[in-house]
Design a protein around this ligand. Structure first.
Ligand code: FE
Ligand code: ZN
Ligand code: FE
Length: 216
């Protein structure tokens, strides 16, 4: 996110946040293949790979937006996406492959999609307010792709949760809570972690819960 100061104009905010999403998209071009490689479900792998192709298009749309605004295409470190990508890498490092890791990968990918949707929503509104309908139109194409990717991930999550719960119930008696959406806020994540830790080495659990727990 840009840091707004009192003399920040909407135009400079737009450029600043375009540079931020430019960096975020480029990080995802590097991260998505790693997520795809760690995925077990062929459908999930395919979804991540096809979103990689879209993400490459999104990078070039941001470049076109800079061009339309007569600005050079520069990145500005997107710390938000960096954190999301880092959490995904940690999860993969700490987990065995399988249905539960797939659920975690989907959750991480959806965090990325929601972050991007929020960014594109603001960018579009600012571009439109500044009379740059051409830029708004470009960004809207990317926004629609992010929404569709998010929706696809939700479908895959719903389809995969039964597998994750089934394999977890063999070793973990909390498994029936995996799919419970009405749990209080910090429960689903810790429950999701438990089957993974149980299936992996003893270290996974402590590390994972320390990392996740610190962010709540
Ligand atoms: Fe994107
Ligand atoms: Zn950012
Ligand atoms: Fe995306």
């Amino acid at each position: 996110m840009p840091t707004a100061t009192t003399d920040t104009t909407l135009k400079s905010l737009l450029i600043d946040e375009l540079r931020d999403i430019y960096h975020a998209e480029r990080q995802l071009v590097r991260a998505l293949p790693k997520l795809a490689k760690a995925a077990t479900s062929p459908d999930l792998r395919e979804a991540l790979e096809s979103h990689l192709a879209e993400t490459e298009q999104q990078v070039s749309r941001v470049e076109q937006a800079f061009e339309l605004l007569n600005e050079s295409a520069k990145t500005k470190t997107c710390a938000g996406m960096m954190g999301i990508v880092e959490e995904g890498s940690e999860l993969i490092k700490e987990s065995d492959k399988g249905a539960a890791l797939d659920a975690g990968i989907i959750a991480g990918a959806q965090r990325a999609e929601h972050y991007e949707m929020a960014a594109y929503g603001s960018l579009m509104a600012w571009a439109r307010a500044l009379g740059h309908d051409d830029v708004a139109e470009l960004l809207s194409e990317s926004l629609e792709e992010e929404k569709a990717a998010d929706k696809k991930l939700t479908e895959l999550a719903e389809a995969g949760l039964n597998d994750a719960a089934a394999s977890a119930s063999e070793s973990d008696d909390d498994a029936e809570e995996v799919g419970d959406e009405d749990e209080d806020e910090d429960k689903p994540r810790s429950k999701r972690q438990a089957p993974m830790a149980a299936g992996g080495n003893g270290n996974g659990r402590g590390k994972a819960s320390r990392t996740r727990g610190g962010r709540r």
